[in-house]
Ligand binder design. Structure first.
Ligand SMILES: [Zn+2]
Ligand SMILES: [Zn+2]
Ligand SMILES: [Zn+2]
Length: 244
C-alpha cells in the first residue's frame, strides 16, 4: 500500500511484493491467454517474459483489473493484428466508457491506440483451441466471472459463489480463489470464507489470491490447512487444459 509502514508493506520477502491480480495461461505450442489487464501489466509482461498473446479475458471492470488495457498496443505491434478480448456485455460497456479514446473511432496522431477485437462472453467458448468455461461469481452485488481451464479454475474477486456455479468448478485439481483478509469485507471472501469454499470444491490443492497487506506471506502460509497455500507473483502452476 502506498504510504503504509506496516510489517507486510516493509517486508523484504519477495512474496510480499504484490502486483495487481492477473494470470497468464500458457499452453505451449498452442495458446497464450491473459486474464485481466492490470495497471501493472507492463511490469508483469516484462518480468515474466510474456511476448505474445492469443487472447485476453476479463473477469470484471474494476480498475485493478483493466487499467493496463493500453499495453495491448505492444502485442498489436509484435503480432500485427487486433487482440481478441473476451468479456460480458456489461463489462464491455464499462470498458468502452473508461477507455473512450480506444473505442470512439476518432483518428489520432502519434501514440496510437490498442486494437481490441471485442467478443461477448455468454457461455463456454474456445480460444486458440483451448476450452474456457466462465464461472459466474458474486463480487458484492456485482456479477463477475471466474474462469475454468480444464483441471484449473481461477476465481478472483468473489464474495459468494452462486448455486449454479459449484457444478462448473466440480472436480478441479487446482483452484486459485480470492482470500482478501481475515476481517469481513463486502466484496471479497475472507480467508475463512475462502477455506470454506475450498472445502466444498475439494481440489487437490488451492491457492489464495488478492490478499491485502493484512496477510503477510510467511505468517499466513504457516496457518493454512494442508493443500492450501498463498499465491504469489511469479507462481507457476501446472494444469491440464481441455482442447477443442
Ligand atoms: Zn501495509
Ligand atoms: Zn474487483
Ligand atoms: Zn480486484
Amino acid at each position: 500500500m502506498i504510504g503504509c509502514t506496516c510489517e507486510v508493506c516493509q517486508s523484504t520477502d519477495p512474496r510480499d511484493r504484490r502486483l495487481r491480480p492477473s494470470i497468464h495461461v500458457d499452453v505451449p505450442g498452442r495458446a497464450s491467454i491473459l486474464v485481466d489487464t492490470t495497471p501493472d501489466l507492463r511490469q508483469q509482461a516484462l518480468a515474466y517474459r510474456i511476448t505474445r498473446l492469443d487472447a485476453v479475458l476479463f473477469t470484471h471492470s474494476h480498475a485493478d483489473h483493466i487499467l493496463g488495457l493500453d499495453e495491448i498496443r505492444s502485442f498489436n505491434f509484435i503480432q500485427q493484428k487486433p487482440m481478441p478480448c473476451y468479456a460480458t456485455a456489461a463489462v464491455w460497456e464499462n470498458i468502452q466508457q473508461m477507455f473512450r479514446y480506444v473505442f470512439d473511432g476518432v483518428p489520432r496522431q502519434g501514440g496510437g491506440i490498442p486494437k481490441v477485437e471485442a467478443h461477448d462472453v455468454e457461455g463456454p467458448f474456445t480460444v486458440a483451441g483451448v476450452q474456457v468455461v466462465p464461472v459466474p461469481l458474486w463480487h458484492g452485488r456485482m456479477p463477475i466471472l471466474g474462469f475454468r481451464f480444464g483441471s484449473f479454475a481461477y476465481l478472483t474477486d468473489c464474495s459468494a459463489i452462486p448455486d449454479e456455479s459449484w457444478g462448473l468448478v466440480a472436480g478441479v485439481d487446482t483452484l486459485v480463489i480470492d482470500g482478501l483478509r481475515d476481517r469481513k469485507h463486502s466484496t471479497h471472501f475472507t480467508v475463512a470464507e475462502a477455506l470454506e469454499a475450498i472445502d466444498r470444491i475439494a481440489p487437490r490443492r488451492a491457492y489464495l489470491t488478492h490478499m491485502s497487506h493484512d496477510l503477510g506471506h510467511a505468517a499466513t502460509s504457516a496457518r493454512m490447512p494442508a493443500g492450501v497455500e498463498l499465491a504469489h507473483d511469479g507462481l507457476v502452476l501446472d494444469a491440464t487444459v481441455d482442447v477443442a
